[in-house]
Design a binder for this molecule. Structure first.
Ligand code: C2E
Ligand code: CA
Ligand code: CA
Ligand code: CA
Length: 279
């Protein structure tokens, strides 16, 4: 019986087995991470054309006791699959709101906004609006300084209900950005129906904006679309002065990327840097 499997297809490809095991271990550890206080929020500056900081995007980090820093690109999808994203998402919102309440006391930072990334499962909870209201209330954060970044894909399901939640949250003062814009499906009429405030041009277009005519055209079109619809436009992933210049020439007025600052702990957020000589 022991030899029976010898000539058969090998089901347990060692590489695949390692991957499955790693995933299972990561998932086990992820369940403990909130209790063990292993998450923290990093903040990346969002700047205007004069490189003044307008606000930040909150980006979660997981300091794993053995593995070190685990990328959200790895663990957020895991957390979404197993439902942990609900408690992690609440923690993100609460931590960001506590940060806003603390910055409200600092004249240099009182008018900065914080944008948080919200997952589909979070937004689709029946009591999402109540959760957010409770967090705003308990932290004393100013709702008008809070932004939520949503992606197109998460807005496919039950759009009317999502729109009505967004309307209530907007009445509270919260603003919405459409993240990774251009990478998913959207139509003009669909965009018009959404109570959005801002479009974020995905980094994948900014990367090749100087060398790829298609990407350049897409970036320019998004800026024009934003203007037509009365929406702000942010370019994400700006790494070079040349990219920034191109975007400025295209009419873009708000920027985010390593050129202005990487995501860092709140305490390490500096004054804005001047990366372009004043003209
Ligand atoms: P995203 O929302 O598209 O965030 C932008 C990502 O681009 C961040 O990666 C940021 O660090 C990176 N980035 C910004 N500027 C530059 C640049 O100039 N060059 C390069 N190379 N990268 C740049 P990060 O922090 O690894 O986050 C990855 C993704 O994980 C995010 O993509 C977002 O989808 C998700 N994520 C992060 N934090 C949270 C969170 O608190 N909740 C949820 N649901 N998702 C989150
Ligand atoms: Ca984002
Ligand atoms: Ca992106
Ligand atoms: Ca994203």
């Amino acid at each position: 019986a022991k030899d029976a499997g010898r000539d058969q297809v090998c089901f347990f490809d060692p590489a695949m087995q390692t991957e499955v095991l790693e995933r299972a271990m990561l998932l086990r550890d992820l369940r403990q991470a909130l209790d063990n206080d292993e998450f923290c929020l990093f903040y990346q500056p969002v700047v205007d054309g004069q490189q003044r900081i307008l606000g930040v995007e909150a980006l979660i980090r997981w300091q794993h006791p053995q593995l070190g820093m685990v990328s959200p690109a790895t663990f957020i999808p895991l957390a979404e699959d197993c439902g942990l994203i609900l408690s992690i998402g609440q923690w993100v919102l609460k931590t960001a709101c506590l940060q806003l309440a603390s910055w409200a006391q600092d004249p240099e930072r009182a008018d900065w906004h914080i944008a948080v990334n919200v997952s589909a499962r979070q937004l689709n909870q029946d009591d999402f609006v109540d959760q957010v209201a409770a967090i705003i209330d308990s932290t004393g954060a100013c709702a008008a300084r809070l932004r939520m970044e949503l992606t197109e894909s998460m807005l496919q399901e039950n759009l009317p209900r999502t729109i009505s939640k967004m309307r209530i949250l907007r009445q509270m003062g919260i603003r919405f950005s459409l993240d990774d814009f251009g990478t998913g499906y959207s139509s003009f009429s669909y965009l018009q129906r959404l109570p959005m405030d801002q479009l974020k041009i995905d980094k994948s277009f900014i990367d090749h904006v100087l060398t790829d005519a298609n990407d350049a055209a897409i970036a320019g079109t998004i800026v024009a679309l934003g203007r037509t619809l009365g929406l702000g436009v942010v370019a994400e992933g700006v790494e070079t002065v040349e990219q920034m210049r191109f975007l400025v020439d295209s009419g873009c007025q708000v920027f985010q990327g390593y050129l202005f600052g990487r995501p860092v702990e709140a305490a390490a957020l500096g004054r804005s840097r001047q990366v372009l000589a004043a003209s």
